[in-house]
Design a protein. Structure first.
Lengths: 314, 314
């Protein structure tokens, strides 16, 4: 098994997903200090803000950390220049074609990982020369694939097809799930929701409490005509859902969504009118905990599972 | 771990899902003879047909087998009487409230398992006195839950909440997936799609070939306004999808679906005009194999995974 601990020089095969409005330097450095790989989510940052977060993260941890860059913003060139200039060593790209930036970043000696939701893009990313892929299933929060393939099925589909390490994402809410993902061939996991609700997350407290309160079945993949995105149930979601059920067009949905809707909900705490991106594991979260405690719990759960399964043959 | 091999007196913790139009006595007896638990799917059978299948199954295998009964048909009382009279020892119920029939069947000494897609119904089934539950995730074929919870998340949600054995279903397409499900606390798995496409399945050959040809992302959860059902992409699905996108009402969808649509597609081989129920693992199936070979492959995959994960601690 190609283990991502060697690839990233980290202790545990746990990556904290780069999430808009949740993962600034505080969260990323806390995860890295606890032995995982912290990622600053550049998706919600102006280039100058990102620079500040990278600098603060370097001060807060001596461990490796990275930056996640969704490749759909006009400022991507500028973002990449900052990443290189500030000496970031690991970049996760998502939501776009990895070709152009993979070559650029690899030339600078940066480790590159691309996020995919299907086999087709997994192979494209591999061809583009990335060092690893994140395979993200239907249960993941935020933007998601059109195929709706779940993490369990996606990992089975990619195994023996992709040669580079696969980092499983979507639905990872316990140490047992990390063990299961690695049994399915993953070389590690990326976790979003658990960290979005952590003490060090930059999400608004009101959003964190909504995550803690969420029961099962309270997130839905929405806005499939635009880009599918998994949202927590709230009055804004209800509006979208009703519009979709009555046959709203792409344009009408885009207008309903408007601008800055995620910031409003996740960062400013308007949990009724904002867009709240979170994964299905929200239903498993019942406490806002510090990162160190979350990771310690995951490791204990992993090892308990490993011991329980030890020597179990059919 | 409460293992279902003891509960059902079988060799391997593998149940073949009771599927309409696919799982008659030939499939069920083949699975039981290969060491799993075969289930006759009563959902697509008239009571007299079921009686015939039970009798043929008893002739074809000396091993335990069961019957799956969806609790939504008017003839359920009659079906249950036949099951008792014919001496069936194991019944899986689905799609309804397990209370009434669990008491009835348990009084006759029959082992009862109920299929659920969420925590709420898992607890209700446990309260009703069933011996085990099948926890079926979003990726499963055919009828599905409204919550869209994936198998990975559902297993994590049920663990430590349900005391009876959990049989994981949905997305199980390899021995590694069985191992992963058991790592997540399942006491066994239920597999549908792999067996729907087996040689012994009573599905029409044309449907089996459609399953083999299916790539990733070619099944979708549809008809959510009626009862969500995972279908294979075909012209009939396309019609449903377009109707849904243009805001069709429940009544319009019910009319479009009509009667006998699943039989038409899955049993009579009208793969364009019929309803083709199959899980996401359809994308992993590339050959129509005999049951014995499918199960041997699963066991080999399980043991290979167990050996690879052996002694792996964080």
């Amino acid at each position: 098994m190609k283990n991502i601990t060697e690839l990233f020089h980290i202790k545990y095969p746990i990556v904290q997903g780069g999430m808009i409005w949740c993962s600034g330097w505080e969260l990323a450095s806390a995860v890295s200090n606890a032995g995982g790989l912290g990622l600053i989510g550049a998706g919600s940052m102006h280039p100058e803000t990102l620079k500040e977060h990278i600098r603060k993260c370097k001060t807060a941890t001596s461990k490796p950390f990275g930056v996640n860059v969704p490749l759909l913003y006009p400022q991507t060139d500028e973002i990449m220049e900052i990443i290189v200039r500030e000496g970031v060593k690991i970049v996760f790209t998502s939501a776009g074609n990895p070709k152009k930036y993979t070559i650029f970043l690899k030339e600078k000696g940066i480790t590159v990982v691309h996020v995919v939701a299907n086999k087709k893009f997994a192979l494209k990313a591999q061809e583009a020369g990335v060092d690893a892929i994140v395979a993200e299933g239907f249960e993941a929060g935020g933007h998601n694939g059109f195929e709706e393939t779940t993490t369990l099925v996606l990992l089975q589909a990619l195994r023996n097809v992709v040669q580079i390490p696969i980092i499983a994402a979507g639905g990872i809410g316990s140490g047992a799930a990390i063990f299961a993902a690695m049994a399915l061939g993953a070389a590690g996991v990326q976790i979003g929701s658990l960290f979005a609700a952590s003490q060090e997350s930059s999400a608004h407290e009101a959003f964190k409490h909504k995550i803690v309160d969420a029961g099962e079945g309270e997130t839905y993949l929405s806005l499939k005509q635009l880009v599918p995105v998994r949202l927590l149930h709230n009055p804004f979601f209800e509006k979208v859902h009703q519009a979709e059920q009555s046959g709203a067009s792409k344009e009408e949905l885009a207008e309903l969504l408007g601008k800055g809707r995620a910031k409003k909900g996740m960062f400013e705490g308007d949990v009724d009118g904002g867009e709240l991106e979170i994964g299905q594991v929200a239903g498993l979260i019942d406490e806002i905990k510090p990162v160190r405690q979350i990771i310690a719990g995951l490791i204990a759960g992993f090892n308990e599972t490993a011991r329980r399964m030890d020597g179990f043959l059919l």
